[in-house]
Design a protein around this ligand. Structure first.
Ligand code: AMP
Ligand code: MG
Length: 345
């Protein structure tokens, strides 16, 4: 199949108009959102949704998120809309918050991996919203990468993974959050974070009071344990290189990363350190890139996946710094630990 490209800046209408038609007729369209690029299909058409799993090589039991352009569309996709959902969507939609609740009969089981709940969000991106409106249906979309690879934050990343496999790619420039949306479950009368993201625990709690954090956010599932969010079962966000996370106080952490660097280089492996503005002074004489500022974890989230992809075919080992697990540091650590297969030193 030949993939058609549109630039959302130079041709703001062409891509979303044609893309909307492609979605309606059962095809696949990659589009920008504020978090990462999504790979969209008609969310009410099970057959179309199956093509997403095929193109990504994604396990069928890993459910997708439905993207809507109007808050009022939520009621058609859920059995009912609980009060806490109204509070959260009034505050955070459009934005990087996905809510999981009991699905209505309109939602095909291909979207939910057979679960009786469905995840929904309203993205904060003009092109994404225009595409959903043009399609006239909710768009089911996971990230537009091959399953297991880092999520795409530019149209070039999407092209690298999906060229020739999907109908359309709309290029809206780099994504500004860089990690996927926060996923919360509203089941059981509470709010539980299944995956941290651009809407932080602190922001949620300011609106709704205490929220739970699924233990799978920062630790691997124990053997035989059921995943609250099926995505957490799988190795995720992984570049070709081995990722290792250094922990501890700044000088200690840097010393551990440098010792590991020297050990691996002595074995003939090529290492690189993902440094920050605050820690660059520790790594003089080593190979490093500065990926953001520790004091502003959003900058690290924004560049992490792109930096992983930039090392493809270059580094064998990527040495990264742990951050405190607060605010956007929680989303950063969730992605980093999964990329590392939870390998810390
Ligand atoms: P992705 O589309 O790759 O960003 O992944 C979507 C994430 O949302 C995955 O981690 C899923 O496991 C999670 N998710 C989607 N639907 C549900 C659901 N019904 N219940 C729990 N988690 C869900
Ligand atoms: Mg994904």
């Amino acid at each position: 199949m030949e993939t058609q490209y549109f630039n959302a800046v130079k041709q703001p209408e062409a891509g979303t108009k044609l893309g909307g038609g492609v979605i309606r007729s059962g095809g696949l369209v990659a589009f920008p959102t504020e978090t990462v690029y999504g790979l969209g299909a008609n969310g009410l058409d099970g057959e179309a949704v199956n093509k997403i799993f095929e193109a990504k090589g994604r396990p069928n039991d890993n459910p997708l998120i439905l993207h809507i352009a109007k808050k009022s569309d939520l009621k058609d996709l859920w059995k009912s809309v609980p009060e806490r959902a109204r509070l959260l969507m009034d505050e955070f939609w459009p934005g990087p918050l996905t809510m999981v609740y009991l699905k209505s009969s309109r939602v095909p089981e291909e979207v939910t991996g057979g679960l009786d709940t469905v995840a929904v969000r309203m993205p904060d991106n003009r092109t994404a919203l225009a595409l959903i409106r043009a399609a006239g249906v909710p768009i089911a979309a996971p990230s537009a990468n091959l399953s297991g690879k880092p999520s795409p934050t530019t149209a070039e990343h999407v092209k690298a993974d999906m060229n020739g496999k999907i109908d359309v790619i709309i290029d809206g420039g780099p994504c500004n959050i860089g990690v996927e949306s926060t996923v919360v479950s509203l089941m059981g009368g509470t709010v539980t974070i299944l995956r941290p993201g651009g809407i932080t625990r602190e922001m949620l709690e300011a609106v709704i009071g205490p929220v739970n954090l699924s233990p799978a956010v920062l630790a691997p599932l124990k053997q035989g344990e059921a995943a609250a969010s099926p995505g957490m079962k799988y190795k995720h966000y992984a570049p070709d290189a081995q990722v290792i996370v250094g922990t501890g106080s700044l000088p200690d952490m840097a010393a551990k990363l440098i010792a590991e660097y020297d050990r691996r280089e002595a074995e003939g492996l090529t290492c690189i350190i993902f440094a920050t503005e605050e820690t660059r002074c520790f790594y003089r004489g080593k190979r490093y890139v500065i990926i953001g500022e520790r004091k502003n974890p959003l900058t690290l989230c924004e560049s992490l996946f792109a930096q992983f992809r930039a090392q493809e075919g270059k580094a064998d080992v990527i040495l990264c710094e742990a951050l405190p697990e607060t605010d956007m540091g929680l989303a950063y650590m969730n992605r980093l630990l999964r990329s590392a297969g939870f390998k810390t030193i």
